[in-house]
Design a protein around this ligand. Structure first.
Ligand code: DP6
Length: 322
């Protein structure tokens, strides 16, 4: 009987965003830094099967179309690299909504890569595993290492753990707003931005600059400085997205409500800073001691459907089969 393995990974939200990539290895155009979030998880079970095709089940449903293709193409990378041989059955469960800018691909491909690594006969380092996760989804590389992690631009970069989850004094509250699945995936959106946004080149330069300042601010654990860079970096990325043709307007009215609310809370003395990925939900960075207060305020914003409080999440791990 074939062996079943199970892995868990936390989604991450970037404080310095990756937006843009190139080449056969999907090299990121911008360096990024993220925090893994403990309430947002994907658990993936994998086993080798004696069948003509891979089997992919996501959140209890057999995946079809693009969703299935993306996973099968990823399995093909592992097969081409001779890390696995034959067909695989994958079953994946998310603790949060997918395809809505809640970084589901980060935890999904990190959990999948971790499970495949366990199925593989070949032993690889964590560094190589982050590179393989990156080829599934750029942000997934940072979910392999968890905590505060970085992913640089340049040739075939690996993610690097900057600070483990247990040493990070900050968390994030995610404000979920009403939204449809997004119109353009990150992958399609990045390509469009690179090809058509008049601000793309400027964004790439700014992102590299933000990254250096962010590393410096993190060394001093300066929440105000880190938060301000994160907000500005998020806004710069969205400026590039908005100027893309066709426009990439991931924000909803609720997104704006939360951003304005966060600025108002800050004016009242609460250290809270927003950041928005390629979607409509908003992640708010704050000190762990302020998580309850920020969650309470987030729940009171009229357009917020749900507030999810997160402490820092750890690295991707294998979990025991029950
Ligand atoms: C805005 O990692 O989802 O969340 O590599 O195409 O799968 P692919 O993209 P993905 O893009 C993440 C974009 C972002 C910023 C970030 O997480 O750094």
């Amino acid at each position: 009987m074939s062996r079943k393995v199970r892995a868990r990974a936390h989604a991450n939200i970037a404080l310095c965003k990756y937006w843009g990539k190139s080449g056969p290895l999907d090299t990121p155009a911008t360096p990024s830094i993220s925090l893994a979030l403990d309430s947002l998880t994907t658990i993936t079970t994998a086993e080798m099967i004696d069948a003509a095709d891979d089997a992919v089940v996501i959140n209890g449903k057999v995946a079809t179309g693009i969703e299935r293709e993306r996973v099968v193409r990823y399995l093909d990378i592992w097969r081409t690299e001779k890390l696995i041989e034959g067909r695989v059955r994958i079953e994946s469960e998310n603790s949060f909504p997918m395809s809505s800018g809640l970084a589901s691909s980060s935890s999904a491909f990190a959990a999948l890569a971790t499970a495949l690594n366990e199925l593989s006969e070949v032993r690889i380092t964590q560094t190589l595993l982050t590179k393989l996760a990156r080829r599934g989804s750029g942000s997934a590389a940072r979910s392999i290492t968890g905590g505060l992690s970085s992913l640089s631009n340049g040739d075939d970069p690996a993610a690097r753990l900057l600070v483990p989850a247990s040493d990070v004094p900050w968390g994030m509250v995610v404000g979920v707003v009403d939204s449809e699945p997004k119109q353009y995936s990150s992958r399609e959106g990045m390509k469009l931005s690179e090809q058509t946004s008049p601000y793309y080149r400027r964004w790439v330069l700014q992102a590299r600059h933000d990254y250096r300042y962010m590393l410096h601010a993190l060394r001093g654990w300066d929440l105000a400085e880190v938060g301000e860079i994160a907000e500005e970096n998020s806004n710069a990325m969205h400026a590039c997205m908005l100027a893309t043709r066709p426009t990439l307007m991931y924000w909803q009215a609720g997104t704006m409500d939360i951003m304005h609310s966060v600025v108002a809370w800050r004016n009242e003395g609460l250290k809270a800073y927003y950041t928005v990925d390629a979607g409509s939900h908003v992640a708010v960075l704050c000190h762990i001691d302020d998580l309850d207060e920020v969650t309470k305020r987030m729940q009171a914003v009229p357009s917020v459907v749900k507030a999810i409080a997160n402490r820092p999440g750890g690295a991707a791990v294998l979990v025991a089969m029950q």
